[in-house]
Structures are given as structure tokens and as C-alpha cells.
Design a protein around this ligand. Structure first.
Ligand SMILES: Nc1nc2c(ncn2[C@@H]2O[C@H](COP(=O)(O)OP(=O)(O)O)[C@@H](O)[C@H]2O)c(=O)[nH]1
Ligand SMILES: [Mg+2]
Length: 368
């Protein structure tokens, strides 16, 4: 028995050609999917069916696309069986089509995956929302092959994105250092850490002025701390008193403790802005202080309301209380402020650290 080969764009097309050539009694040998031999966008699969006439009296009308295959095939099926209940061959074909469809779907899914995977990784590290999208966007496609490569690429991207400043504590010249921000974020604690470090560890001359005449006990708390250090201490109730104190100081670094007012208290924010603007002849380091645990929406509100005070850098506190350190990266990206310090505990002065971009990356991605 001589089999001939029929090629169609799909199974139905190939069988239609068999039917046209040999009629309903045709014997179908093998069926397989083959490439059309083209590459790239022109590449597609065709179905190849071998068949022989079941009834030798049937006229042979072989289409131009088919070719003669002189080999005989032991495994044959009557064409008529294709229109009846599913045969083993039909089931095998369905199975093959199902597999192909699954393969195509998987390929489509994996082409979407890298960006989603990148965002998943970032979110698991605490870098959320638009910050995650911004970082994921900058990762080159070639680095997205494996999760490990993707993680490394994201770490590199974070390292290249975040900015840091050198610690001002060792910089020469007179300066003021102030922490601003909402209640309870750690402004006073951070200021105490920095003052103690500047005074004890770096031997700088230090003075402290507090503007926080609102919170009960705040003045006494700061006075005790200044006495402990043995440094000058003043309480400024208004802009004029503050101007007099700060511009009369002869110490290298004047630390200014600020009150915790609601970000919507515009009067208090105006007073704070006026005080800090009254500083003359000193470099002003105004650190917007935010905890790593702050949610994105609250973070945006804080950044917006303190913008008019003109913060120069960022202090991120309470990293020890945050499950994932990525909140610090979000704070920096959203505020567009460089990191000055990070704090990871309440201890004075141990729990404050100046940072490099790679320190931030290590904290967020871990060292391993
Ligand atoms: N766990 C932890 N607690 C901190 C950190 N910084 C400050 N605190 C604590 O947060 C609370 C509020 O700090 P405080 O400096 O008074 O906040 P302020 O209202 O912004 O001046 C205090 O109990 C501090 O000990 C930190 O980095 N980690
Ligand atoms: Mg305070």
C-alpha cells in the first residue's frame, strides 16, 4: 500500500485534502505537527497526514501541496473514523493540541512575569507602590532570567537610585542640625544621639536649643540631657528669642529640637519655617525624620506638609521595628531627599548610623 503525504494548516484542513483525494474510505497513516521551515515572525506549524486509498477505485485527486511517500505504514486508521467517536489517534491529537496550547500560554505568561516578579520581590522587601514600579522599570531585560539575577539587578538599581550625604558631624564650620517631623517619630531621640556622638566621640563644641515648648516635660527632658553632656541649653518660645540665641552661639554645632505638631497645623509649621530661616552664618542641616514603618499614603502627607520647611536630607528611624527595611527606600524616593542617617533602636548614642548606598542595599536585600 502506498501512502501519500498531505499538509494542511490544521488537522481538519489536512483531512479534507485526504477526503478530496481518496474519499471517505481513505486510510490514514500518521499525523504530526511540523515546522514550515521558516524562522521568526514567519514561523508556524503545519499538520502533516499520510494517507492511502481504502478503495482502489477512488479517483486520486492529489493537491499540489502533497507529496508521495513510498513507505508503507503498519499503523493505519480509516478516515471515516475521524467523523465518529474519538479514536485513540484523535485523542492523541487532542492531547497534543492541549499540550501545545499550554505551552503557548506558559510562554505568554513568562513574557509578562519578569516585571511582576520584580515588583513581588520589591514588595516583599517593603518597597511598595510607585517606588517598586519605578525601580522595576529600570531593570534591564537581560537580567530578568532567573529570580537570583533579578534580585541582584534590583539591588544594583536601588544602589544607583538612592542618594546619601556624608555625615555633617565631622564637617568643619558652624552649623545647625535639626530634626523635623510628626509626633513620636524619634526627632528628640535622634538629636540626642547625634549631639552625644558629636560631643563625646568627635570632640565638637555643641549647644542645644529647644523649640518644643508644647509637649509636657519636653523642656525638662532636653535640659537634663544637655546638663548630662555639660553643654549650653536654651528654650526659645518665639522666633525672635530663637534668632537671638542661635545667632549668638559660638559653638560649632547647634542642635535644635523641634515640636511635634500635626502636619495640618500650618501655623506651627510656619513658625518652624521662620525659626529655621532665621539662622545666619551657619550651614543648616534640616532632617525630615520618618519611621521606616510609615505607610506610603501617610509618608506622602508628611513629605508634602514639611516641604515648606525646606528639609535637606532624610533620617529614617525605627528600622528595628519594621519587618522589611524597604520603607526607608520608599521614603527617600518619594521625598527625593538623600539619606543622612538611619536609626535602628532607641539607645543613645549607639542606634544611629550614617549610611552609604550599599549599606541601604544590604539592609533592604540582606547581605547574602
Ligand atoms: N525602636 C525604636 N524606638 C525609637 C527609635 N527612635 C526613637 N524611638 C523611640 O520612640 C519614642 C518617641 O521618640 P521621640 O524622640 O520622643 O519622638 P519625637 O516626638 O519625634 O521627638 C521614644 O520612646 C523613643 O525611645 C528607633 O530608631 N527605634
Ligand atoms: Mg520630641
Amino acid at each position: 500500500m502506498q501512502f501519500e503525504t498531505f499538509r494542511g494548516k490544521d488537522v481538519a484542513d489536512a483531512l479534507a485534502q485526504v477526503r478530496a483525494a481518496y474519499g471517505e474510505n481513505a486510510i490514514v497513516g500518521s499525523t504530526r505537527f511540523i515546522s514550515n521551515g521558516m524562522h521568526g515572525a514567519f514561523s508556524h506549524r503545519v499538520v502533516e497526514v499520510t494517507a492511502a486509498p481504502g478503495d482502489m477505485t477512488v479517483a486520486r485527486r492529489i493537491p499540489a501541496s502533497s507529496s508521495v511517500n513510498p513507505s508503507t505504514r503498519p499503523s493505519v486508521t480509516r478516515l471515516t473514523s475521524y467523523s465518529k467517536a474519538p479514536s485513540a489517534q484523535e485523542s492523541a491529537l487532542s492531547e497534543e493540541i492541549r499540550n501545545l496550547r499550554a505551552l503557548v500560554e506558559e510562554m505568554a505568561a513568562s513574557s509578562r512575569k519578569p516585571k511582576d516578579r520584580a515588583i513581588n520581590i520589591l514588595e516583599s522587601l517593603g518597597i511598595e507602590g510607585t517606588s517598586a514600579i519605578e525601580i522595576a522599570k529600570g531593570v534591564s531585560k537581560s537580567s530578568r532570567v532567573s529570580n537570583e539575577a533579578l534580585r541582584l539587578a534590583l539591588a544594583e538599581r536601588v544602589a544607583n537610585t538612592v542618594e546619601v550625604i556624608d555625615s555633617p558631624l565631622e564637617a568643619p564650620g558652624p552649623m545647625v542640625i535639626s530634626c523635623i517631623g510628626p509626633a513620636g517619630v524619634g526627632k528628640t531621640t535622634t538629636l540626642a544621639k547625634l549631639a552625644a556622638r558629636a560631643y563625646f566621640e568627635l570632640g565638637r563644641s555643641v549647644a542645644i536649643i529647644t523649640l518644643d515648648t508644647f509637649r509636657v516635660g519636653a523642656v525638662e527632658q532636653m535640659r537634663r540631657f544637655a546638663n548630662l553632656l555639660g553643654v549650653p541649653f536654651e528654650v526659645a518660645h518665639d522666633v525672635e528669642t530663637f534668632r537671638e540665641f542661635v545667632n549668638g552661639c559660638t559653638e560649632d554645632i547647634v542642635f535644635i529640637d523641634t515640636p511635634s505638631r500635626s502636619p495640618s497645623d500650618t501655623v506651627a509649621l510656619k513658625r518652624l519655617t521662620d525659626c529655621l530661616a532665621a539662622v545666619e552664618g551657619r550651614e543648616a542641616h534640616i532632617f525630615l525624620t520618618v519611621p521606616a514603618t510609615l505607610r506610603a499614603r501617610d509618608l506622602d502627607r508628611v513629605i508634602k506638609s514639611y516641604r515648606e520647611v525646606n528639609p535637606t536630607a532624610l533620617v529614617v528611624t525605627k528600622l528595628d521595628e519594621s519587618e522589611a527595611a524597604g520603607g526607608a527606600v520608599c521614603a527617600s524616593l518619594r521625598s527625593q531627599l538623600p539619606f543622612a542617617f538611619i536609626c535602628d533602636g532607641p539607645r543613645v548614642p549607639e542606634d544611629v548610623h550614617e549610611v552609604s548606598a550599599s549599606d541601604i542595599v544590604n539592609r533592604v536585600f540582606g547581605n547574602g
